[in-house]
Design a protein around this ligand. Structure first.
Ligand SMILES: Nc1nc2c(ncn2[C@@H]2O[C@H](COP(=O)(O)OP(=O)(O)O)[C@@H](O)[C@H]2O)c(=O)[nH]1
Ligand SMILES: [Mg+2]
Length: 204
């Protein structure tokens, strides 16, 4: 494919004008996104969903636990816009290295399993990580992604309206300064498109 044609094709595919796409690209390319949050929240899954990798998603549930900090350049899915992603381990002993890596981040995405938040121990773990992040980087742009929306409320999926009624989410969202947390089932390709749009919105 001719290199000059590529942006036009991508723009068409994602439903924006060529000018809109080029503006998006110039704002977003080269930025740094750091993923944090407790183990099992869905950080690695989210990274795969947002990028063109789709490695772990070839087999659902096959994401391996992340032990070491993963710093890599990746393209946002279908967009050909390259950013640096840092996928961290959620273990408490590894939080410091994730924090250090976030020093020059443009966006910190904090992922929490919304269902697990209803357990007091998980809630306090998530809250304490959010406190540490916020204390270290009060001014940095932070985004709260609440995963596992498909599993949250027994026989029905979690709805966005449920969030305001559950103080556990509100507290973490407030700590992070994200007034509009993103509720998502990361196993659903369709619902993760919403997250992609929101992440792009917060990087521009
Ligand atoms: N049902 C459901 N499972 C999810 C969701 N997000 C992640 N998972 C699963 O949760 C497990 C942990 O995800 P992973 O991305 O490794 O979490 P990490 O430790 O934060 O990187 C994996 O088996 C994922 O497939 C979600 O929204 N819904
Ligand atoms: Mg991981």
């Amino acid at each position: 494919m001719l290199p000059l044609l590529y942006p036009a094709i991508v723009a068409g595919a994602v439903g924006v004008s060529l000018a809109g796409y080029l503006a998006l690209k110039s704002k977003v390319a080269g930025k740094k996104v750091v993923l944090m949050g407790p183990s099992g929240a869905g950080k690695s899954t989210l990274q795969d969903r947002l990028t063109s990798d789709q490695l772990a998603l070839t087999e659902m549930g096959a994401v391996q636990e992340t032990f070491d900090l993963g710093v890599s350049k990746k393209s946002f899915k279908d967009l050909g816009i390259e950013v640096t992603f840092v996928d961290s381990s959620g273990r408490i002993s590894r939080v410091k290295e994730a924090l250090d890596a976030a020093a020059d981040a443009d966006l910190l995405i904090f992922v929490v399993d919304v269902r697990a938040l209803q357990r007091p121990r998980y809630q306090s773990l998530a809250r304490s990580q959010a406190v540490v992040v916020t204390n270290r980087y009060p001014e940095k742009r932070k985004m709260l992604v609440l995963s596992h929306a498909d599993q949250a409320l027994g026989d029905r999926p979690y709805q966005h309206e449920d969030l305001s009624a559950v103080p556990e989410h509100a507290e973490i969202a407030k700590l992070l300064g994200d007034e509009d947390p993103t509720l998502v089932n990361l196993l659903s390709e369709k619902s993760t498109e919403v997250v992609l749009r929101r992440v792009l919105g917060r990087l521009t």
